[in-house]
Design a protein. Structure first.
Ligand SMILES: [Zn+2]
Ligand SMILES: [Zn+2]
Length: 181
């Protein structure tokens, strides 16, 4: 899911799009120009958006747990736990992404988690930062990056979208590059 959202914001649309462009697309594109800026963001700036995103579904789960009877809780428990874990990983995605750009002063247990590939390793995420930023989009655990590259998932998805809409991926990045040249 982190890969899909990241891929969509990196590859399609423009920073000039009304509201959406400035609020959603721009942070992703700016991150390619200044990848270490994220390491200077405090906890709220780094994580505020993602934490906020999970509030509705967690509120809904809390409501269900407090109103459902025992049998209904048992029946829906696996799904609720999936949503809970998903929310947990969504909440920490930007923090994990920030750690993957932090080369000094990380606590030993964070580098240990990175080295064990439980959270996004630093070397692994570096591949995404090679221009034109068209691979290794997953930024939470990174587990799916290699399998998705292996099956050419992103190029296939992009060809389908280009075929349906005529739009070219990363076309405004290309336009910027031409302006610079
Ligand atoms: Zn990116
Ligand atoms: Zn990054």
């Amino acid at each position: 899911m982190s890969g899909l959202v990241h891929w969509a914001a990196d590859s399609w649309g423009s920073v000039d799009l009304w509201i959406f462009g400035k609020a959603f697309i721009r942070p992703f594109r700016e991150h390619h120009i200044d990848p270490t800026a994220i390491t200077r963001h405090d906890f709220i700036e780094t994580n505020g958006d993602n934490f906020a995103l999970t509030i509705p579904s967690l509120l809904l789960s809390s409501y269900r747990f407090s109103t459902y009877d025992e049998q209904l809780i048992e029946q829906t428990y696996n799904w609720e736990m999936f949503i809970f874990l998903l929310s947990l990983f969504i909440s920490f995605t930007n923090q994990i992404h920030k750690w993957s750009h932090t080369y000094f002063g990380l606590p030993w247990y964070i580098t240990a988690l990175q080295n064990m590939h439980i959270i996004l390793p630093r070397k692994h995420h570096r591949i995404h930062h090679i221009s034109p930023h068209e691979s290794y989009f997953c930024i939470t655990t990174g587990w799916l990056n290699y399998p998705l590259e292996y099956i050419n998932f992103w190029p296939h998805l992009e060809s389908i979208i280009t075929w349906c809409t005529g739009a070219q991926p990363r076309s405004d990045d290309l336009a910027w590059a031409k302006k610079i040249n």
